[in-house]
Design a protein around this ligand. Structure first.
Ligand SMILES: C[S@@+](CC[C@H](N)C(=O)[O-])C[C@H]1O[C@@H](n2cnc3c(N)ncnc32)[C@H](O)[C@@H]1O
Length: 255
């Protein structure tokens, strides 16, 4: 993991949840979609790898009520510190690579039944190797889910941010192939979440560099991008768009 990522999320941690909790239904619907895609059951040993502040993990744990706490894995202390203290959640400071390679051992014995990586796999450089390692931690009825944005997104970003995002974002088809190469039955489906957000709130999100792609812009470039954004959306006090996410699943095949 690079210093840039640590610094980015270290800075964002304090306000991360505020960006999305203005619409609690968005988070609730997302957590339900993850629970449904992984067919989570209270008896499952679950890990959320790259859980961030646990914004979605805590909702998911409240819905599923697992008998063992959900393992909340993240390498940035400032993000992990925001995971609420709860008998349903167990934080672990580590990268996906650490856990996949066994450099950091799981705190509970036995395999995992369900692993979710929501918007964290793009930060991993060796994605095939990491997915292989995570697949190796699964039980004989194990499932893995990668939630990720597609390569083009309808977010009301400014043009240079769209270009940079498209250059950096991995293709869900590549991730599905890597999941299959890891020995899992792989499939991809798409989920859409409607977003309605006040323009000024979104300006604040852009200025806070709420997406890691915004981190690559200098202060002047960002100010220029925000000016372009303000001009483009000057007649829309509320922005509405459909947020599409790829859900790449991997199922341990029957023996
Ligand atoms: C966009 S945030 C997503 C957080 C959370 N899953 C969510 O959806 O709210 C990306 C997270 O990935 C974490 N991350 C960065 N590099 C990682 C790595 N190598 N392994 C696991 N997580 C990583 C960051 O610290 C950050 O919390």
């Amino acid at each position: 993991m690079t210093d840039r990522i640590t610094e980015h999320y270290g800075r964002l941690a304090a306000t991360y949840d505020d960006h999305w909790t203005y619409d609690p239904e968005y988070v609730r619907a997302f957590a339900r979609a993850i629970t449904g895609a992984l067919r989570l059951h209270p008896s499952d040993a679950i890990a959320d790898v790259g859980c961030g502040t646990g914004l979605y993990t805590r909702r998911l744990a409240e819905d599923v009520q697992p008998t063992r706490p959900v393992l909340c894995v993240d390498p940035v202390p400032a993000m992990l510190d925001r995971v609420p203290v709860s008998p349903l959640l167990r934080p672990l400071l580590a990268t996906a690579e650490d856990v996949a390679s066994g450099h950091v051992a799981l705190p509970h014995p036995g395999p995992l039944d369900a692993v979710v990586l929501k918007e964290s796999l793009h930060h991993v450089s060796d994605r095939p190797g990491t997915l292989r390692g995570l697949a190796g931690l699964l039980s004989d009825h194990g499932r893995l889910l990668v939630v990720m944005l597609p390569r083009t997104i309808p977010h009301p970003l400014f043009p240079a941010a769209h270009e940079r995002f498209e250059a950096l974002q991995p293709d869900p088809a590549e991730i599905e192939a890597a999941v299959a190469d890891a020995g899992l039955r792989a499939a991809t489906s798409y989920r859409t979440f409607h977003v309605a957000i006040e323009r000024e709130r979104y300006v604040h999100m852009l200025e806070s560099r709420y997406m890691s792609v915004l981190d690559g812009f200098s202060a002047d470039e960002l100010a220029e991008g925000v000016a372009q954004f303000r001009h483009a959306y000057r007649e829309q006090p509320v922005l509405r768009f459909d947020d599409h996410f790829a859900f790449v699943t991997g199922w341990v095949p029957p023996a």
